[in-house]
Design a protein around this ligand. Structure first.
Ligand code: FAD
Length: 466
């Protein structure tokens, strides 16, 4: 992705704040920048904005929101959320950014609900691993497409233009790194140049670029990529050309329960509420409840890179609030089995192996034995027949490495100083998950996209209007 010398360049079309990408980060950045008085234009490579946002569960963590108070959740605080983020990353993330995002999270969710009319509510009936309070907020269907539709409606109401089928292919910059504009290439190969006073990179990560995954996350190169294919690492590629600081490139959000061959992810309550996974021999192989991200590699390392998830009707009912789980059910991915023999038939293993694993899990749940993988099953009711059984694989959802930003979401140079007018957020920026798969706290993707988007939009508007 070339960065071209802007010297002597003039732009017939100009805007104040140019935003690349119309996912959660880009749309929210645009809404915030417009609210703070800037003229804004969003560029989106696809004919219709979708991004990873619309594939997601749409669940946004926040601490201390009005919705939480209305729901009687009075004891959540930014301190607790910041600690959850930092603990999950084993302390290996940027603490200042984690604290900032945790502190801003309630303001962002309140603003989305009150001003942008995004129909969020609190998730009250289950907690993700690593969440020490009920942090999650989502729209009714618990589906990112609904979240993005609400954001696009808000963008439309504010008369913010989105140029679709408009891929930003090159940036124009001065030698000091000041961005002057971008070249947009249309599907027919024609191009046009648009000038700007500030640029926000909201074009997510590099999950859609196999060569980058092979370079930075080789352990996932053969795994199924479940995110948006158009996220091809353009922000990082421009950052490299500009001399930006780029960090945690081995970091990613995985998912250890994508139904195969149906390609839809199973609602994680299936695990948190007591479900477990076996390999083709009918044996458990991990603490499934450590986090859905790190579970991807644990599943991928099983024979034939596949496993089976076993849970019961109670878990299923809670998981059914997730759109993707409903899709799995509708696709016939979730087999109903009454006996160990029926489960063994689905898995293709010995019935005796399944019977033994079920008995072991029951002993862990009733406190008669301790799980050798260190999982505590005793805080949930033991599973009861009939069971649900689904064949699963580990998948890459999105990458978490990216451009290092400061508290205003300004992209930093390698020497730690900020570029004059370049901002980034969401999947384009370095996440809060540390260097690998295990540091991803559920919801960190949209936590970054929503909060960084708002902060970047506000800071860019302040820069161009002062
Ligand atoms: C299946 C799935 C479930 C998930 N569930 C959750 C969840 O429940 N909670 C959570 O917090 N996170 C979740 N995530 C992660 C979350 O979806 C992402 O972290 C988040 O959506 C990133 O938002 P974004 O705006 O940065 O990127 P995106 O939503 O991907 O938007 C980026 C946009 O930029 C466009 N683009 C890219 N390059 C260019 C270019 N050169 N020019 C113009 N446009 C460009 C893309 O087409 C895209 O529309 C999930 C991810 C997946 C895949």
């Amino acid at each position: 992705m070339p960065v071209l010398n802007a010297e002597g360049k003039t732009f017939p079309t100009r805007t104040q704040v140019l935003i690349i990408g119309a996912g959660a980060c880009g749309t929210i950045a645009a809404l915030a920048a417009k609210e703070h008085g800037a003229e804004v234009l969003i560029l989106e490579r696809d004919a219709k904005p979708t991004g990873s946002t619309s594939l997601s569960g749409g669940q946004i963590p926040a601490a201390g929101t009005k919705l939480q108070r209305q729901a009687g959740l009075l004891d959540d605080t930014p301190e607790i959320l910041a600690k959850d983020i930092i603990d999950k990353a084993h302390g290996e993330c940027d603490h200042e950014i984690a604290w900032l995002i945790a502190r801003e999270s309630a303001k962002t969710v309140d603003w989305l609900v009150d001003r942008q009319k995004v129909p969020l509510s609190c998730i009250l009936d289950f907690q993700y691993p690593g969440h020490s309070r009920m942090h999650m907020h989502a729209s009714p269907s618990r589906f990112g497409a609904e979240l993005l539709a609400a954001l696009l409606t808000a963008v439309d109401k504010e008369d913010i233009p989105i140029a679709t089928s408009a891929r930003a292919t090159d940036l124009y910059a001065d030698p000091d790194g000041r961005i002057r504009g971008a070249r947009v290439t249309r599907p027919d190969g024609k191009s046009e140049d648009i000038g700007c006073e500030a640029l926000i990179l909201a074009c997510c990560g590099y999950g859609g670029d196999k060569a980058m995954i092979a370079k930075y996350i080789p352990e996932m190169v053969d795994a199924h990529y479940h995110g948006h294919v158009g996220n091809t690492g353009d922000a990082v590629k421009w950052g490299e050309e500009l001399g930006a600081s780029i960090k945690d490139m081995g970091s990613f959000q995985g998912h250890g329960a994508v139904a195969t061959p149906h390609n839809t992810h199973i609602g994680w309550p299936a695990i948190t509420e007591g479900g477990f996974q076996v390999n083709k021999h009918g044996k458990r192989f991990s603490n499934e409840n450590a986090g859905y991200s790190e579970q991807a590699l644990k599943v991928a390392r099983q024979p034939e890179h596949r496993a089976w998830l076993i849970f019961d009707e109670r878990c299923h009912r809670i998981a059914m609030q997730m759109h993707s789980h409903v899709e799995a059910e509708n696709a016939g991915a979730l087999k109903v089995c009454k006996t160990p023999q029926e489960i063994a038939k689905v898995v293709g293993c010995d019935a005796a192996a399944i019977a033994q694993t079920l008995a072991e899990v029951e002993a862990y749940a009733s406190g008669k034995a301790k799980d050798p993988f260190g999982r505590d099953f005793s805080n949930k009711p033991p599973l009861k027949a009939p069971y649900r059984v689904v064949k699963i694989m580990g998948a890459l959802f999105h990458t978490q490495g990216g451009l290092e930003v400061n508290k205003e979401m300004r992209v930093l140079k390698k020497d730690g100083s900020p570029f004059p007018n370049l901002f980034a957020g969401g999947g384009a920026a370095r996440g809060m998950s540390g260097p690998a798969d295990w540091g991803y706290l559920s919801g960190s993707g949209l936590l970054g996209a929503t909060n960084m988007g708002r902060l970047a939009g506000e800071a860019a508007a302040e820069l161009v209007t002062k």
